[in-house]
Design a binder for this molecule. Structure first.
Ligand code: ACM
Length: 531
């Protein structure tokens, strides 16, 4: 019996050998293991040394005594690795010192926090340790980047699948590492949003902010106000068919995001950026007349009717339904560019609406114009100013931060992924200037806004506005290569910040994007490999 099994495995190994012999040869770069610090975001601490680990046909993925969540992460890893390696990579809860080991908790997990992980690689095994499943997941992203880019392909590729020896200990600098997608100016399907989520996860982004309503389209089903989607969601910039998420669609996005350890923050932008709602319900307008749907790209012309009671019935219904289908703690209520709302009305509106968010068990997030009203205790303001933002506005934000308002930083001339790289960029806008790859990366969230205490900064977010973007290819061209830089600002310690080193690590991502079908921009100033 034992003999037979041995013979069988010999035959299997031989067969595997024949199968891979037909595969294209790997480049020299892929044959030597990637150095442990050559990933994005840069790990907090790396100690290189010792033998590499090689994934082969006998490798098991072990989740010793694993919880359901740890097993799910193991399953995700197995599915990631199986197609290109061609190995079975069975997931087992059996203890063992060999293979890929995912370990949740225990002494080695001390100090790793909610999202940190440790990766130890040696001749017999590579072990990921974390205190929480999110840490295991982020560790898997590091493991993935340490393997040759071909591992991302969905057909069998030639190895070897080697991980350099040593130890990475890695925890994030900031707890909030976000990306925003504007699904209002152009609608993006559930499938397109999931694709973007998968790309965000590769760089340890943990928050997806969905801009669900604007002048050009209302994208989330609200049962008590059905015209919002059936009429208000029926178009987009340029007059295309628009679209919207049913509650089931939205839950599917949340489920997929959660499987990638991202939390969804829904935004209903108010009181401006509301033409789609105003067009859907005449009673929301001060004059009782619904304006036509809007498919242009101007901003600042719409406002909910602040003095009207119906406005607050509407807001209450929308936020109640939104809160009920959103597991995350934040509801984003916009508040930007309310140029058609008087200052008094803006303040009155925010005074009335912020408590509604709390009533439904959520925490207020808003664009930084919220600091010009009375941000409630616990509120988060998202700063989207840029170099031309006046000192009074900056001072107002800093003052709010000193008084307890926490900040997410999305400076438009650094973190806005929809800004053109340079004058020749065929997509995007340029109102905040051109944002090349270096400019996008080369700033420090802790010192960016003078007078803001470091503890007030929750993290960073890279918004992607879609006035000019309507396909996944468009999104990817604008996000890559800038998104990984914002992700690194959110995750990596300030001490690792160095453009010269970063641009080399960034260039090394390109074959991975090619393998994943991500059409990135070969931005100047980055030493991209030849194609
Ligand atoms: C914004 O870009 N209006 C937040």
């Amino acid at each position: 019996m034992r003999r037979h099994r041995l013979l069988l495995s010999l035959l299997l190994v031989a067969a595997a050998g024949t199968a891979t012999a037909a595969l294209p040869a790997q480049s020299a770069a892929a044959r030597t293991a990637t150095p442990l610090d050559r990933v994005i975001p840069a790990p907090a601490s790396v100690r290189a040394g010792g033998s590499p680990y090689t994934i082969d046909g006998r490798t098991r993925i072990r989740v010793p005594g694993g919880s359901g969540e740890a097993r799910q992460v193991a399953g995700y890893l197995a599915e990631l690795l199986r197609p290109a390696t061609g190995f079975g990579l069975p997931v087992t809860t059996r203890e063992g010192r060999d293979g890929i080991v995912l370990r949740l908790g225990g002494r080695d997990a001390k100090g790793l926090g909610a999202e940190g992980y440790r990766l130890r690689s040696g001749g017999r095994s590579v072990t990921l340790t974390a205190a929480r499943p999110a840490g295991l997941f982020h560790g898997v992203q590091t493991l993935r980047q340490l393997l040759p880019a071909n591992v991302e392909k969905r057909t069998a590729q030639r190895g070897p699948w080697r991980i350099a020896g040593g130890t990475i200990t890695d925890t994030p600098r900031y707890g909030y590492r976000g990306a925003m997608l504007d699904v209002s100016r152009h609608f993006f399907t559930v499938g397109q949003v999931k694709r973007y989520i998968d790309q965000l996860a590769l760089y340890k982004i943990n928050t997806l902010h969905l801009h669900l309503s604007d002048d050009q389209g209302w994208r989330i089903a609200i049962a008590s106000w059905p015209n919002l989607t059936t009429y208000g969601g029926s178009t987009q910039v340029g007059g295309g068919p628009g679209g919207f998420y049913t509650k089931a669609d939205y839950r599917e996005i949340i489920r997929h995001a959660a499987s990638r350890y991202l939390t969804v923050i829904p935004e209903i932008d108010m009181p401006g950026h509301t033409n789609a709602a105003l067009a859907s319900y005449a009673q929301l307008n001060c004059d009782g007349v619904a304006p036509p749907l809007y498919t242009g790209t101007k901003v600042g012309f719409s406002s909910l009717c602040v003095p009207k009671k119906q406005t607050y019935d509407f807001v209450d219904d929308v936020l109640r339904e939104l809160a009920a289908m959103t597991p995350g703690r934040y509801l984003h209520i916009g508040g930007d560019e309310a140029h058609s709302t008087s200052h008094e009305d803006f303040v009155a509106f925010m005074d009335k609406v912020q408590p509604v968010v709390a009533r439904y068990g959520k925490t207020v997030m808003g664009w930084h114009q919220l600091t010009g009203a009375h941000p409630v205790k616990g509120a988060v303001a998202q700063y989207w100013g840029y170099d031309a933002t006046g000192p009074e506005e900056r001072a107002q934000v800093a003052d709010a931060a000193r008084h307890g308002t926490r900040l997410v930083l999305s400076p438009a001339d650094r973190a806005y992924l929809d800004m053109k790289y340079d004058p020749s960029t065929p997509l995007g806008l340029s109102w905040a200037g051109y944002v090349d790859t270096r400019r996008s990366y080369d700033w420090d969230p802790a010192t960016y806004l003078p007078g803001v205490p470091a503890r007030a900064v929750l993290g960073v977010e890279a918004p992607l506005w879609s006035e000019t973007l309507s396909t996944s290819a468009h999104l990817e061209y604008m996000a890559f290569p800038r998104l990984p830089g914002i992700a690194e600002l959110g995750w990596s310690p300030a001490a690792t910040h160095d453009w010269d080193g970063y641009k080399e690590r960034l260039a090394a991502q390109a074959p991975r994007w090619d393998a994943l079908g991500i059409g990135y921009h070969r931005a100047p100033g980055v030493p991209w490999p030849a194609v």
